[in-house]
Design a protein. Structure first.
Length: 394
């Protein structure tokens, strides 16, 4: 504002740090990048190449050096990989490019992110600053954590102030954020969504990107292993939820009894010995637990605890092929012996029933009315059985 006094430089640095932190949160959460990989990005890391076949701009890509890549290039260092990212991540990178451009010029740095030391007001012969900062003023992983937590405290303070006058808002929790948890949170989200990465891609608006490119950078990146670890842990949670539901009287779906019996057989010994390892080896579990958990697939209408011999979605030829897996588009949750319908699935079935009932009101031909009537009976039967109605429990 013209009539406002110029803010002290330390306040300017503080506000600038909050903006950098906001950009960091977006980049870390929606790219699948590790904090150390983000801190090493160059200022020219963002690109949107032209597709030679169509002449159109391709997807946004961030090029950087992975931290856990085994292969090495000619100079003994891992070659760069590309992370395909949505527009909002590209915007965050562009913001950092512009925001810190004067400081890169001042210090001769080519890094995208700079430490807060680089933002200090320069003083003649500031030897202490020169000694305490690395060449190029890189932003360390520790500093990333500090910036993000300061930003969270600022946001928390603002929310708490608003919550005092707005009863619809609750106070933000007192919480310490670890930069590494953003990547893990993304992996956890993908693992627990119906159809996994495909649903995650759509949720995060990666509609035009390849399934794996959008989250895992290059195929050699270990993000896929993180997702698999989370899928195993999600499978344990789902099986435990099924067990709790059954104890409360909820046991629905053709496969419920079989799955619960198998889970009871392995959980007492196997689950007690389960250890979650944060190293590259991932989740360490008893083999019997892992074998069952890996068959759990999340679906929008049911959980599929896959047993190839029971699968109605596969042809006999498909069942005999190595690595047979569920055919999502051919799923029959109310008929297949692999299906377990949980309370969370009932609203989806209810939605299908309401849609078919609406269509039946406008049906004209006899075959059309008959088809809709069969669908209504099917959905009503599933809902009644799931809720312990006239059809009873599995």
């Amino acid at each position: 504002m013209p009539d406002r006094k110029k803010a002290a430089h330390h306040l300017y640095r503080e506000e600038l740090g909050h903006l950098v932190a906001a950009c960091l949160v977006v980049i870390l959460y929606l790219s699948g990048m590790r904090p150390g990989e983000a801190s090493n990005l160059g200022s020219d890391c963002l690109d949107r190449p032209v597709d030679k076949a169509t002449g159109l701009r391709d997807r946004w890509r961030i090029s950087g050096i992975p931290l856990k890549k085994r292969g090495k290039g000619k100079e003994g260092k891992p070659p760069p990989v590309d992370w395909v990212v949505p527009d909002i991540v590209a915007q965050a990178v562009q913001m950092l490019q512009k925001l810190l451009a004067p400081y890169r010029t001042m210090h001769g740095s080519d890094l995208l992110m700079l430490s807060k030391d680089a933002l200090r007001k320069p003083k003649p012969r500031d030897r202490k600053l020169l000694r305490s900062s690395k060449t190029g003023y890189p932003l360390s992983v520790t500093s990333i954590g500090s910036l993000i937590n300061l930003f969270y405290e600022r946001a928390r303070w603002q929310r708490d102030a608003i919550a005092q006058t707005d009863a619809s808002l609750t106070q933000a929790p007192d919480y310490h954020i670890k930069p590494s948890q953003f990547r893990r949170t993304l992996a956890r989200f993908i693992a627990r969504q119906p159809f996994g990465i495909i649903a995650g891609r759509l949720h995060y608006h990666h509609v035009s990107t390849a399934v794996f490119e959008g989250y895992a950078g290059s195929i050699s990146d270990t993000f896929a292993l993180d997702v698999e670890d989370e899928r195993i842990l999600a499978g344990i949670d789902i099986l435990e939820e099924m067990r709790s539901d059954a104890q409360a009287g909820w046991r629905a779906g053709p496969g419920a009894s079989r799955v619960l019996a198998e889970w009871e057989d392995v959980r007492e010994v196997g689950l007690a010995a389960a250890v979650v390892d944060t190293s590259s080896k991932g989740a360490v579990l008893d083999n019997s637990v892992r074998k069952l958990v890996q068959t759990v697939h999340v679906g929008s209408l049911s959980y599929c605890v896959f047993n190839v011999s029971n699968a109605l979605c596969l042809t006999e030829r498909a069942k005999s092929s190595p690595g047979a897996s569920p055919a999502i588009s051919m799923c029959s949750p109310d008929k297949c012996a692999n299906a377990v319908i949980a309370p969370c699935h009932v609203p989806k079935w209810q939605g299908l029933l309401e849609e078919v009932q609406r269509l039946s009101g406008t049906a004209r031909s006899g075959p059309q009315k008959q088809s809709l009537r069969i669908a209504i009976e099917r959905y009503e039967g599933v809902i009644a059985k799931a809720q312990g109605g006239e059809n009873g429990k599995d």
